[in-house]
Design a protein around this ligand. Structure first.
Ligand code: G6P
Length: 479
């Protein structure tokens, strides 16, 4: 395939939308990658027929660009050391905890930083090769923050956008980073820097003023060479129509009924679905729930908590510790409070395809999303999209970006165990009318603001940053 210089829209993300997997029989296949970023961007790429540059999730030899399920994918390889230093190290041992309120302690290692720079340069080089003259390149997330500036140096003709899927921290935390200035300068290579919330954009502009010394006014940064950079909020969403359609299908309805039967037809099913990550607040949530069982507010005979924890970053120390902590907690709760065939918590350490997720959303009466900090949280929106009859309650952390839009959820402070207990009880005791009223309002929000609107909004803003310059990229087409 000759790729060079032909793509009018290029997405640069750490991961490809599919992971390369080696099956038991030695054959090689592809599996959908974890996390919200891929869920959000796949429909955007489909609508634009662009190219997606990313890591295929393995350390095998360099792969050629290929088509998979109609998507043009351009793999970038990482060595074993780069997986350890760039991905597990600087991305997920330094930036991830630092950007999430230092919920875990970030580690600062100079060797990790060196590989972060090296890998970002490789992604920028690849984007510079395949982007057409005047193309738009949309760089994604915290693993790629140096790419905008590196790419601008190689290809000043490009329009460059950057979107951060996770929170951008307040200056008080960000300035711990020994490489804070390089990261800010890396991002300033973009014409448009997008954040989930207005607070993130404001944090960024303030830091640029304080640490880099550029002039700023509101959401604009003025660089000495006359270029401007805009920082703004673009709250991401889901492909609502896909979830709605799944939820409407007979096969999902049948599977949802089957799940209820398998759980012993309880009166109430609580549900949590998260990547197994310390930012997600799984531990405190399960404690709050189990205390309500212990104190007799919920009865294991007719109530169950289904917790799905998707395996994630399993070689990073803090994630291993978390897995052991949750295993131990669930074992103790079920051992102390469960009965034969009636666990308090039905715990699944596994990832599921969208069809099964939709069936779980349909089966669950109360969805519990209580991260300690989260950029957006798409699971909360997916649940809402699947509640076709305006029933089902959402208990949602104030510290998830989604709480800005889903105001009618039962909002909780995930650090306040008693507060969470009250919210779980209120949702459990709520009258159907009250539940309907809240869900109806949240459904309106999620139906109106889907991921294609989000992409369209970002790409329009990007095109407007330098109107005299660059090609027109089609927005994500309405479905
Ligand atoms: C979050 C991040 C993504 C990341 C995903 C899965 O959604 O914002 O950038 O891809 O988690 O994490 P992983 O480390 O498996 O890519």
């Amino acid at each position: 395939m000759t790729d060079k210089g032909s793509a009018d829209l290029v997405i640069v993300a750490n991961r490809l939308p599919v992971d390369r997997v080696t099956n038991a029989d030695g054959s090689v296949g592809w599996r959908r990658s974890p996390g919200g970023l891929v869920t959000a961007l796949e429909p955007v790429l489909r609508a634009n027929e662009g190219a997606w540059i990313g890591w295929p999730g393995s350390t095998e030899t360099e792969l050629e660009p290929f088509m998979e399920d109609g998507l043009r994918l351009v793999p970038v390889g990482l060595s074993d050391q780069e997986v350890e230093y760039f991905y597990e190290g600087f991305s997920n041992g330094t930036l991830w905890p630092l950007y999430h309120d230092v919920v875990a302690k970030p580690e600062f290692h100079r060797d990790w930083w060196i590989d972060y720079v090296k890998v970002n340069q490789r992604f920028a080089d690849r984007a510079a090769e395949i982007a057409s003259e005047g193309a738009s390149v949309w760089v994604q997330d915290y693993q790629m923050q140096l790419v905008p500036q590196m790419l601008r140096e190689l290809r000043p003709d490009l329009r460059i956008g950057f979107f951060l899927h996770i929170p951008f921290p307040p200056a008080e935390l960000f300035q711990q980073l020994p490489w804070r200035r390089q990261i800010l300068e890396g991002l300033l290579g973009a014409d448009l820097v997008g954040f989930q919330l207005a607070g993130g954009a404001a944090n960024f502009v303030r830091l640029v003023r304080q640490r880099v010394g550029h002039k700023t006014h509101r959401d604009m940064v003025y660089l000495p060479d006359g270029r401007t950079v805009k920082a703004a909020a673009f709250p991401i969403s889901i492909d609502t129509a896909v979830f709605q359609k799944l939820a409407e299908s007979d096969s999902v309805a049948e599977r949802a009924a089957e799940i209820r039967t398998e759980l012993g037809n309880p009166r109430t099913i609580f549900l949590g679905i998260d990547r197994l990550d310390y930012t997600k607040g799984i531990y405190a949530r399960l404690r709050a729930y189990s205390e309500l069982v212990r104190d007799g507010h919920f009865d294991v005979e007719d109530t169950v908590f289904v917790q799905v924890a998707t395996p994630s970053r399993e070689r990073v120390g803090q994630y291993r510790v978390l897995r052991d902590d949750i295993d131990r907690l669930v074992g103790r709760i079920n051992g102390d409070l469960g009965r034969i065939g009636k666990p308090v918590i039905s715990y699944l350490h596994s990832s599921y395809p969208q069809h099964e997720m939709a069936a779980l959303y349909r089966a669950a009466d109360i969805m519990v999303v209580t991260p300690l900090r989260d950029g957006m949280n798409l699971v909360a929106k997916e649940y809402v999209a699947c509640r076709l009859e305006d029933d089902g309650a959402l208990v949602l952390s104030e510290f998830a970006g989604a709480a800005d839009e889903l105001r009618q959820a039962w909002l909780v402070n995930p650090y306040d165990i008693n507060g969470m207990k009250s919210a779980l009880r209120e949702a459990y005791d709520a009258e159907p009318r009250e539940i309907n009223r809240r869900m109806r309002a949240m459904r309106k929000t999620v139906l109106e603001n889907d991921v294609s609107r989000w992409a369209q909004h970002f790409l329009e803003e990007l095109a407007a940053t330098r109107p005299e310059h660059g090609k027109v990229v089609r927005d994500s087409t309405p479905r």
